[in-house]
Design a protein around this ligand. Structure first.
Ligand SMILES: *Cc1c(COP(=O)(O)O)cnc(C)c1O
Length: 240
């Protein structure tokens, strides 16, 4: 028997209040519950509490959970982690969204696998806005001042945008861990600025979404324009 996940309601309430502070509508922000490392039962409980979007970052785990929960109507899988080429087929087959396009090659590979499966996949271009070398993603932290970085990024997005069976929904980023609020806010604001710039430069792309914000910073991300937040530990508890 599933049980209600109380944390889901608390998070939804905090999301709604952050949206309100920014003059935004709560319905325009999607909660992706990051269930990585957590058991199937936790996902069933969160689903019973109204969550439909779940995030995973390991392909074997995505495959196992997607197969086990295929009977739950409307459940959508978001693959949010770095994807290695040899595992891309699992994402092409099971994911409903992919947040971490961090190189043109992986997009090309997914595109051709999706074509064979006759599936489409909405994706996000991952941007390394924090400039940390350890983070995946296209360089983008200095887009406003560095025209070479900006041109390279726009060129890559353009190349990905013409691939069949992939649809670019927008940009995704991870803020630095444990940074002060002011730093987080400026990272998210920089990302929102980049998103507006991409839309202006590539008007045929309907890339309006922004996947940003996690357990410790989602309210700031929403205030700065996030349309999807990826929340794990605040819903499911700390990971072991
Ligand atoms: C794990 C993870 C999250 C969720 O992190 P929490 O701090 O537990 O909310 C969000 N996004 C990505 C890409 C992750 O890998």
């Amino acid at each position: 028997m599933e049980k209600d996940n109380q944390a889901v309601h608390i998070i939804r309430d905090r999301m709604a209040r952050a949206a309100q502070r920014a003059g935004r509508r709560a319905e325009d922000i999607t909660l992706v519950a990051v269930s990585k490392t957590k058991p199937i039962g936790d996902i069933v409980d969160a689903y019973a509490s109204g969550v439909r979007h779940f995030g995973e970052n390991r392909t074997e785990e995505l495959e196992k959970k997607a197969q086990a929960l295929g009977h739950l109507p409307g459940l959508q899988w978001h693959f949010i982690g770095h994807l290695q080429s040899r595992q891309s087929e699992i994402v092409a087959r099971h994911a409903h969204f992919f947040h971490a396009v961090d190189r043109v090659r992986i997009a090309q590979r997914l595109s051709s696998q999706l074509g064979e499966m006759q599936r489409n996949l909405p994706v996000f271009i991952q941007i390394n806005v924090s400039g940390e070398a350890s983070k995946q993603g296209f360089a983008g932290e200095d887009w406003a001042h560095n025209s070479q970085q900006r041109e390279e990024l726009l060129g890559a997005i353009k190349e990905i945008s013409i691939l069949p069976n992939l649809e670019i929904l927008g940009l995704m980023t991870m803020a630095p861990l444990d940074a002060p609020e002011g730093v987080l806010r400026s990272v998210f604001r920089n990302m929102a600025g980049l998103s507006a710039h991409v839309r202006e430069q590539l008007p045929d792309l309907a890339a309006r979404q922004l996947s940003m914000g996690m357990s410790d910073d989602f309210e700031i991300a929403i205030e700065e324009g996030a349309t999807l937040v990826r929340i794990g530990s605040a819903i499911f508890g700390k990971r072991g």
